[in-house]
Design a protein around this ligand. Structure first.
Ligand code: SF4
Length: 79
């Protein structure tokens, strides 16, 4: 199963919970906003998106639940 992380970078306040939980995918940049490693910008929505597999799901669920302003979402991909 594949999942999509959807990240609204414009809303990020740089709290850093994502990076503290998952350095593999998240890093707060010098501009005070998190970078989602390897993500691509969706020009239509303005969000960054990254496809992940089952092995990364649990950790990213924790990340989603930890972001204080809920600017990260997870979506199950259609088969
Ligand atoms: S936890 Fe949310 S607000 Fe904090 S740095 Fe990560 S994405 Fe930004």
């Amino acid at each position: 199963m594949a999942y999509k992380i959807i990240y609204d970078k414009d809303s990020c306040i740089g709290a850093g919970e994502c990076e503290a939980i998952s350095k593999k995918f998240w890093k707060v940049d010098r501009d005070g906003r998190a970078i989602l490693n390897g993500a691509k910008l969706n020009e239509e929505t303005g969000n960054y998106e990254l496809i992940i597999g089952d092995g990364d799901l649990k950790e990213q669920e924790v990340v989603v639940g930890s972001c204080p302003i809920a600017c990260i979402k997870l979506e199950k991909m259609k088969e």
